[in-house]
Design a protein around this ligand. Sequence first.
Ligand SMILES: [Zn+2]
Ligand SMILES: [Zn+2]
Length: 253
Amino acid sequence: MLDLHVHLIGHQDRKVTRENIRHFLEEAQRKQIRQIGFADHDLYWEDLNFDLIREVGLEYPDLQVRVGLEVDYLEGEEKSIFQKIDAYSFDYLIGSVHQIDGWLFDFPEEERNHLMKDPDQLYEQYFHLVEKAANSGLFDIIGHFDLIKIFKIRPRTDVRKLAARALEAVKDQHLALEINTNGRYKPVGEFYPEYKLIEMIHKMEIPFTLGSDAHEPGVVGRDLWEVCELLRSVGVKKIQGFNLRKSEPISLI
Ligand SMILES: [Zn+2]
Ligand SMILES: [Zn+2]
C-alpha cells in the first residue's frame, strides 16, 4: 500500500523539521503503508527541504520514503516549470490543475462562481488543461483527475465523454492517475475520480496510484485501504509506486 500525495508543510502550516517529518512517517507505519511520498505544493518551494526528508526517512527501514512535488500546471509556463523541477532528483512529479485562466477554482469561496458558469463549458476548459498538463511531458502522475466537480456541479454531457481526450493524453504519455480520497471530504463527497471514470481508466489500461492529499499527519493513508478493495473489485491487479522517476509496480493481490 502506498500514499504518494502527502503535504508535509500543508499550506505553510508547519516547517520542515525532523520532528514534523517523523509525525507523518509514524502515521504511515500505523496505517501499514509501505511507500509514502511527500508532494508539497511547488508554490512553497523556498520552504521545502527535500534532503532532510531523505535523511529522516533512513530512520524507518521498513518504509519506502519518496520525495515528490505537486506542481500547479499553468498553461504557457512549461519552461519555467521545467527549470524548477530540474533542480532536484525527485522520485515523481504530480501535475495538478488548480486554476483556469488565473482563477483558483477550488477555494471554498469560489462555489458561487461555479454556479454562474455553464457546467459543460467549465468541465471542457478544465479537462483541456489536464490534457495539456499530461502532454507537457513534465509529470509522472496526474493529481485529482476530476477536481472540477468539487462543488458537486455535474455536467449535462457524460463526464466520460468530456474527459476522454485528457485520458488519451495520460495513456499516450504513460502517466499514472491517482485515486485521491480527499474529495470525500469536499462538498462533492466522493473520491477523485468518480467510479465510472475509474472503470473507464482501468479499461484503457492506465495505471493507478494512490494519494490521501493529507495536509496533516492524521490524514495520511485515509481511506486508501478501502480504495485498494475498490480497485480489486474493478479488476485492478497492481498500482504504481515511484523511485527516481521510474515507476515500480506494487501488487494489490
Ligand atoms: Zn492539488
Ligand atoms: Zn495536494
